[in-house]
Design a protein around this ligand. Structure first.
Ligand code: PLP
Length: 393
């Protein structure tokens, strides 16, 4: 595992759109490399030639190998991987399978994502469980000491966001997982904003379940997601909505359900998109996740430094450790206006609003931020250009 260096010329040649404008939205939906696009489009064409079943059969080995590719990326075994159609689908299937009864407790962090918070609140209300928020520490990340005080045997689940959608912090996962496991709680990690830009390894992080998306930092197609269910907990988290892929109808009134992560999958899925996701994961592994993390971090820090030097601009990122997500506000301008003005200059950013991360935004008294997320395929000069455009507002 020698340290790899990313060849900017090559990765930019693989992604022609990286040279058209300044793309700063890999936290939303990144630019896929041509390899990924070719894989998806090529398979769709093949389906049109021979029909979807024969086209899939031709790629059976590659589809099967995909479990190994994602397992390698996520520090898991192939039978601990399930493919889904989004991070949210992964998360919902995992969450719904966590046993929860009256009097049980679920812990979330202040950067909990709305797409997770809503189903947690809904189910807690239904079964009579409580939902409590672990406070953040001074640096802004989850306070592990406060977590330890909250933990007891009634805590069945700790829902942890690795890197929030609305800011640059990275939560300390291993410490949370170790503490939660002392009371037997399960840890479900939302790695939506970390997969593809930071190492996300189940074996190193010690979490039980991981949900992640394809389209963000991993640069896969839209409509793709992945779920990790560690073997050690697969018996405890049995999905309730299982079809004839996850289960088998073994007698008129009998059935069996797979024991591994794939019980969370359905029979039908977009084969082209999955092939694209597998290609994207291979591409990231080939570049090296540590090398990617270093390049993303360098660009994000360059952007933060540039923005911090502009009067009237406030960089909003918290945390001791930072991700590639850079958030800021501009005095006297709505974030949506900043986004529109940047778009006119061919700089693509997005905004993140109150209702996506309500606890965190409320605590900080912010209603909306501009979110800029530079990937490794950007030239440092493009980062500087984005800073110049903000300065010119
Ligand atoms: C984007 C995002 C999600 C949802 O991912 P989908 O693939 O859209 O379901 C979940 N959590 C976080 C932190 C996100 O940023």
């Amino acid at each position: 595992m020698g340290f790899q260096v990313i060849d900017l010329t090559t990765v930019r040649a693989d992604t022609p759109a990286a040279s058209r404008g300044v793309f700063l939205d890999s936290a939303g939906s990144s630019l896929p490399p041509d390899l990924v696009v070719d894989e998806v489009v090529g398979h769709l064409r093949r389906e049109a030639e021979v029909g979807g079943y024969r086209a899939a059969a031709e790629r059976a080995d590659d589809l099967d190998a995909g479990y190994g590719v994602l397992a390698e990326l996520l520090g898991a075994e192939p039978d601990e991987i399930a493919f889904t159609d989004s991070a949210t689908r992964s998360w919902l299937s995992a969450f719904d399978s966590v046993p929860l009864a009256a009097g049980d407790r679920v812990l979330v962090t202040e950067v909990e994502y709305a797409g997770n918070a809503i189903p947690i609140l809904q189910r807690a209300r239904e079964v009579g469980a409580t939902v409590e928020t672990v406070p953040s520490d001074e640096a802004g990340q989850v306070d592990v000491a406060a977590l330890r005080e909250l933990l007891d045997e009634r805590v069945k689940l700790v829902s942890l966001v690795h890197a929030p959608t609305n800011g640059g912090l990275v939560n300390p996962v291993r410490e949370v997982a170790d503490a939660a496991h002392e009371v037997g709680a399960l840890v479900l990690l939302d790695a939506c904003q970390s997969i593809g830009q930071l190492p996300v390894r189940a074996d190193e992080l010690g979490v039980d379940l991981i949900s992640a998306t394809g389209r963000k930092w991993l640069r896969g197609p839209r409509g793709t997601g992945v779920l990790v269910v560690r073997r050690a907990v697969a018996e405890r988290v049995r999905p309730r909505l299982v079809d004839l892929h996850g289960g088998e109808w073994t007698g008129p009134a009998e059935f069996s359900v797979r024991a591994d992560a794939r019980a969370h999958e359905l029979w039908e899925y977009g084969i082209a998109d999955r092939l694209g996701l597998i290609t994207a994961a291979r591409y990231a592994l080939d570049l090296g996740i540590d090398a990617i993390a270093a390049e993303v971090s360098a660009r994000a820090e360059r952007l933060r430094a540039g923005l911090s030097g502009i009067s009237g601009v406030t960089v909003r990122d918290l945390g001791e450790r930072r991700s590639g997500i850079v958030t800021f506000t501009v005095d006297g301008r709505e974030p949506s206006d900043v986004r529109a003005r940047l778009a006119e200059a061919d700089v693509t950013v997005t905004t993140s609003g109150l209702t996506s991360t309500r606890l965190d935004m409320t605590r900080r008294g912010v209603t909306e931020v501009v979110r800029a997320s530079p990937h490794y395929f950007l030239e440092p000069a493009q980062v500087d250009r984005a800073v110049d455009v903000v300065a010119g507002l």
